[in-house]
Design a protein around this ligand. Structure first.
Ligand SMILES: [Zn+2]
Length: 198
């Protein structure tokens, strides 16, 4: 639905790529070959496909395990998304920052609570509400349960058959008092400092 906003070759400064599962919008060979990351982190079930698509040796991590790679800490979080090879989300810790990227998942019971011990500064959550993903209302609730500093919606305006307006998410966040920010394709977000005193 949106044209390409950045040539992946311009992202060659990226050290590590995570792959949550094997769908092409989460493990894209053309993007990965242009990025040429030093390392890739993925669940065990994805290892063979990652080698094939990324041309880089994958570090594997399974649910509730943590690996340290290139100065980052990656913890795999259970995702509920029916796909061969399995699916996870990632909590990424780097210095004082903690970020959660859900990959694709429903808002299964207990997800927000699992994330709370990380209190992510930023939580990236899908809002398309179909094909095994949570909708905007549930994404706002999960972010709030996780006590996320900022919630950012994703998984919309990419495929026409699988999109949703971020309005529902923004309204649900407002009702909950959950800080959120909608990024348009190609938009950059700079955060000044992580939250203190967690
Ligand atoms: Zn997806």
């Amino acid at each position: 639905m949106t044209r390409r906003v950045v040539d992946p070759a311009r992202l060659a400064f990226v050290d590590v790529v995570t792959a949550s599962h094997g769908h092409t919008d989460h493990l894209d060979p053309l993007t990965l070959r242009a990025l040429r990351p030093r390392a890739l982190v993925c669940p065990t079930g994805l290892q063979a496909l990652a080698v094939e698509r990324a041309d880089v040796f994958p570090h594997v991590v399974d649910v509730d395990q943590t690996v340290a790679v290139e100065g980052f800490r990656f913890t795999a979080v259970r995702a509920e998304h029916d796909v061969p090879g399995g699916a996870v989300g990632f909590v990424v810790e780097s210095g004082p920052w903690t970020l959660y990227h859900s990959g694709d998942t429903t808002a299964y019971v207990g997800l927000g609570e699992r994330l709370r011990r990380f209190t992510p500064d930023v939580a990236l959550l899908p809002i398309n509400g179909k094909l095994g993903n949570m909708d905007g209302r549930d994404a706002a609730r999960v972010a709030n349960e996780a006590r996320a500093g900022l919630a950012i919606p994703c998984h919309f305006e990419m495929f026409e058959f699988n999109s949703a307006s971020p309005d529902v998410f923004v309204e649900a966040c407002a009702r909950l008092g959950q800080p959120c920010r909608v990024l348009r394709a190609g938009e950059r977000l700079t955060l000044a400092a992580p939250r203190q005193g967690r």
